[in-house]
Design a protein around this ligand. Structure first.
Ligand code: GLN
Length: 454
């Protein structure tokens, strides 16, 4: 009731939730009470969570913040959310996001932007919470849920976590099932939690992760007790500092934050090693070929026949066109056009195939570093703190918006786990995050090292 009241009071301003499931929350909480009274509560019994609108929730609003999915209520539950409910968690509602998870500011949502609960000192200007999981990050930051689900294709868990002073982990590709999560770029998409601290993130990920026969890319490995990793010493661990992440024009305060992070690691007994990831500079352009290519294919299913919105036309082809024209927003259309272009017969080799090769090189960069005994890599999470709503630079130039992902996309391209952890405030009092990148399926190392920073 306290969380529902907090949502009802704050959501008019923050716009973090696109649907609040009052009745369902109360009935799930009652069922939790009954289980607790019998002494058989699960790991998340009674914990109220917000769910990103990308996860299919049975009979509940699921629209990926898009107009084209108007009225869609799936008859099935995503594996990730089913896992959470099986452990006793309670659903508060569905969280706002960029349309189909495409964006870095939560401004592409059909439901309008989410407002970051943080403001710069002495300013009343509204800031973005980051994207695409902006609703998840804002809701956790503003105490409108105890934790949230999120997804990350190129940074959408870690960048909003960094912008809101929360913790977000993108686990290794395959750690969480993608079944029932609306697909953006299937070879990059991973679910993960956004939480108030590293421990909460560890507890949530333990529950979300599972192998799943309905997602053949999910991996059959035991899910460790991540919480047990927290508080373990990092003495003797080797932390890599990649020189290619020291970008031209990186703001001094980001550089200073990174330096502080290095010192904290060293003080905790870790060994700092300079490393090189030479293909880093190609990651962003390659990502913005691979992700739109997969998106254009995944989004072909929204044709007015099977889901949501249908705009009648003269004939079926006209109906498809009218529906897609009215149903998709500008950024989604841009991605579909880029994607179909790079996959087209004449350009496939020059763009898509090339980007796939670059992807392999990026993956190899990481493999070489890990082979040399590096346990985790420390970088900034974002190139800046949260920026203003309707920022002119970003709005007029999509490439500027894409630059937000500069430190995060490499991790998705290589399928690795990455965590963003709050590490301090900038000169205006806004949160900044550091990122730790780990070896495949070694999320425990990330929880251990991130806990030293938080
Ligand atoms: N900002 C990136 C994009 O727009 C990443 C999005 C995401 O991780 N879902 O594609």
């Amino acid at each position: 009731d306290a969380y529902l009241a907090a949502i009802d009071a704050a959501n008019g301003k923050l716009n973090a939730y696109v649907a609040v499931t009052h009745d369902k929350a109360r009935s799930m909480a009652k069922a939790s009470d009954a289980r607790l009274a019998k002494g058989d509560g699960g790991a998340l019994e009674g914990i109220p969570l917000g769910i990103k609108d990308l996860f299919a929730t049975q009979d509940v609003h699921t629209q990926a913040a898009s107009h084209i999915l108007d009225g869609f209520r799936p008859r099935y539950e995503s594996t990730v959310t089913a896992n959470l409910w099986a452990d006793g968690a309670v659903m508060l509602g569905k969280l706002n996001m960029d349309e189909f998870a495409m964006g870095s500011s939560n401004e592409t949502s059909y439901y309008g932007p989410v407002i970051n609960p943080w403001r710069a000192a002495g300013s009343n200007a509204d800031l973005v919470p980051g994207g695409s999981s902006g609703g998840s990050a804002a809701a956790v930051s503003a105490f409108l849920c105890a934790g949230a689900t999120a997804t990350d294709t190129g940074g959408s868990i870690r960048q909003p976590a960094a912008f809101t002073g929360t913790v977000g982990i993108k686990p290794t590709y395959g750690r969480c099932s993608r079944w029932g999560t609306v697909a953006f770029a299937s070879s990059l998409d991973q679910a993960g939690p956004i939480a108030r601290d590293v421990r909460d993130a560890a507890i949530l990920l333990k529950s979300m992760a599972s192998v799943d026969a309905r997602d053949t890319t999910s991996v059959d490995l035991p899910v460790p007790d991540y919480e047990a990793a927290i508080g373990q010493s990092i003495k003797g661990m080797r932390i890599g500092i990649p020189k290619e992440y020291r970008m031209d024009g990186m703001p001094d305060e980001i550089e200073a934050l990174w330096q502080k992070g290095i010192e904290w690691m060293r003080d905790a007994g870790a060994e700092i090693v300079d490393i090189s990831l030479p293909h880093t500079k190609y990651a962003l352009p390659a990502y913005y070929i691979v992700a739109p290519a997969e998106a254009s294919s995944n989004l072909a299913r929204y044709d007015g026949v099977r889901y949501g919105l249908r705009v009648p036309g003269k004939d079926i082809a006209d109906m498809y066109e009218q529906t897609r024209a009215a149903g998709f927003g500008r950024e989604v259309k841009r991605r579909i056009m880029i994607g179909t272009y790079v996959l087209s017969a004449g350009y496939y080799d020059a763009y898509y195939l090339k980007a796939q090769k670059v992807r392999t090189l990026i993956k190899r960069d990481f493999e070489q570093v890990f082979d040399q005994g590096v346990d985790a890599i420390l970088t900034p999470a974002t190139p800046s703190a949260a920026f203003g709503i309707a920022d002119q630079d970003m709005a007029s130039d999509p490439v500027k918006m894409y630059l937000n992902d500069i430190f995060t996309v490499t991790v998705n391209m290589a399928g690795l786990p990455g965590i963003a952890v709050p590490a301090g405030l900038d000169a205006k009092g806004l949160p900044l995050g550091l990122q730790l990148i780990g070896k495949p399926f070694e999320e425990e190392t990330l929880f251990r090292t991130a806990h030293v920073i938080e």
